[in-house]
Design a protein around this ligand. Sequence first.
Ligand code: HEM
Length: 405
Amino acid sequence: MPSPALSLDIPSHVPPELVMPFPLHLGATTYDNPYDTVIPAIHNMPPAFWAPNAWSGMEPAWVFRRAEDLNTIFLDTEHFSSKDVAPFAALIGENWLMLPLEADPPHHANYRALLTPLLTPKRVAMMNDRVREHARTYINRFKDNNGCDFIREFAARFPIAVFLELFGLPIDEVEQFLTWEDDLLHNPDLGVKADSVRAVKNHLMSVVDERRKNPREDLISLFTHATIQDRPATSDEIWGLCLTLYTGGLDTVTNSLGWHFRYLATHPEQQQLLRNNPAMIPDAVEELLRAFSIATITRTCIKPVTISGIRLEPGDKVMVSTPLGSTDPEAYDKPNEVQFDRKPRHMAFGSGIHNCVGLRLARRELHIALEEILATLPPFRLAPDARILSSLGGVISQKNLPLVW
Ligand code: HEM
């Protein structure tokens, strides 16, 4: 008996035997640790399949699970477009792009060139002390208790504080930005999502207007006065840049931190190893980023192309799932084992022209969080009665992470 999903229109170029559900679709949740269960199970599926429920949890898309194929897609901007990777403009009936995320060549390079100089190693090093101060502020709030909800009390708020610092916004806006972020990225109600896109836009664009008159040393001022091919950036372009940094730089850091700390809470020997050898933290973070890659992004095929024997036609959507590429058994020996000395090449930050422009800042945040928490808290573990709900689509995230010490 075919499942209801299989009764939908399957395009003629899709082999029917490759039609199967995508377990990491938007809306999917689990109380298990998905890196121990769902993700290894997908590696028992065919190297590529066509999932009716993949795109936004409702529309069909191809899923490739091998690192080699995913890298090919990341690098191939001739056959794959990044337009429409995010639903936010359509949600409020507008048609701006998230930049540089949704721009294709040749325009992509113009927007990317605005961001690259702002996030160089030197610039990020200059932020070091402030980032550390923000981490300490949050740790100090719970260090004298015997536990915390790590997501709520640290991982969600710390990256917002860093974002506000970059944007030159007051630190007391953390709570407001957290509420907007939660609604915008995680609320299933499309009306609530749309309201929060409008609210963030109104707020940030009012700051843009203010910075036009009174520029400061912050990213909003730089975007406001940016030129693109010798003309001033439009309001839509400035907003597209702001929204990408807001949505790209917060939830990703929050959830990477969440998985890294869950791993350490459940592997006391590895935690002790880092306590004894803080110099190992950068290598450990690279391996944790690999083992717990979080982002599934999308591409749209714009010219016919064949990837590992699979024919794709223009209009076909593709899920580019970094958690799959980073745990591909053909690319890594014992991919589900965390080995701090592995020094892996991984795709947690993507690859090709759209690879994460904020990766240096992200790494700084992850290193500093580990350094400060290991130096301040006694050995921590998962609360014995912990029941953790994880969402699997878009960014693999945990709603809560109760730690005790
Ligand atoms: C651990 C944290 C992070 C992870 C896992 C992550 C992951 C990614 C991935 C996978 C992409 C590629 C998207 C694509 O190919 O469509 C990306 C792009 C991007 N990320 Fe990150 N990111 C993180 C932190 C940050 C931070 C802190 C910032 C901002 C300071 C940032 C800003 C961006 C921007 C602007 C892009 C778009 C680049 C482009 O299109 O050229 N990310 N990120």
